[in-house]
Design a protein around this ligand. Structure first.
Ligand code: 5RP
Length: 212
């Protein structure tokens, strides 16, 4: 089982604060993400700036694309993104079209989706999924538990590289011990800390303690 990667989601409301935090943690994390919130605020410039700052890192664009997959993915790819997210409700043609324009499409698993659908994504050559606890569901009292672990394990067994996200903290990661996770994606638990670099290092130390 590979050691999971650490992805920093820049969900900032403006580009200067996103880039300031990315600069603090960029060499500690494995993947940098132009998050949905940042993309809506600042657009492709966010991807371009992350790519310029980190030419050798994996850069993810997280538009949670629902339609016009080819155009959106081409725009993200030409700005410098390696990976782009599509929402699980998107049609297969949208996902397939997007997959031609970036190195990897990642299916964001929110709300209603089925393992039968997931098989069709694999058949289409899409092998990355993001198991997501939504910010709003967490705020309404949700949390991580065995029900989530079962789904993450099953997706990994099917052949997906599964990233996990939503309100993660370093102490949440021990729940996933023994599970084949591609990347842990953290936003606020890094950017909202007084020392984001220390917070990112705490995640990496916990990942390496458990999977190293
Ligand atoms: C929200 C997202 C976030 O970028 C991701 O879940 C990380 O957020 P946080 O760690 O702050 O909960 O995709 O839809």
């Amino acid at each position: 089982m590979a050691v999971p990667k650490l992805q920093f989601a820049c969900d900032h409301a403006d580009l200067p604060s996103a880039l300031a935090d990315a600069g603090k943690v960029g060499d500690v994390v494995d993947i940098l993400e132009a998050g949905t919130i940042l993309l809506l605020q600042e657009g492709r410039k966010a991807i371009q700036c992350l790519r310029a700052m980190f030419p050798d890192k994996i850069i993810v664009a997280d538009p949670k694309c629902a339609d016009a997959g080819a155009v959106v993915a081409a725009n993200c790819g030409s700005a410098g993104a390696d990976f782009m997210t599509v929402i699980c409700a998107a049609s297969l043609p949208t996902m397939k079209a997007a997959a031609k324009e970036v190195k990897e499409v990642q299916v964001e698993l929110f709300g209603d989706w089925t393992f039968e659908q997931a098989e069709t994504w694999l058949d289409a050559g899409i092998t990355q999924a993001i198991y997501h606890q939504s910010r709003d569901a967490l705020a309404a009292g949700g949390g991580w538990g065995e029900k989530d672990l079962e789904k993450v394990r099953r997706l990994a067994d099917m052949g997906f590289g599964v990233s996990v996200t939503g309100g993660l903290k370093p102490e949440t990661l021990r729940l996933f011990e023994g599970v084949d996770v591609y990347a842990f994606i953290a936003g606020r638990a890094i950017s909202a800390e007084p020392d984001p670099r220390r917070a990112a290092s705490d995640f990496q130390e916990e990942i390496h303690r458990i999977w190293g």
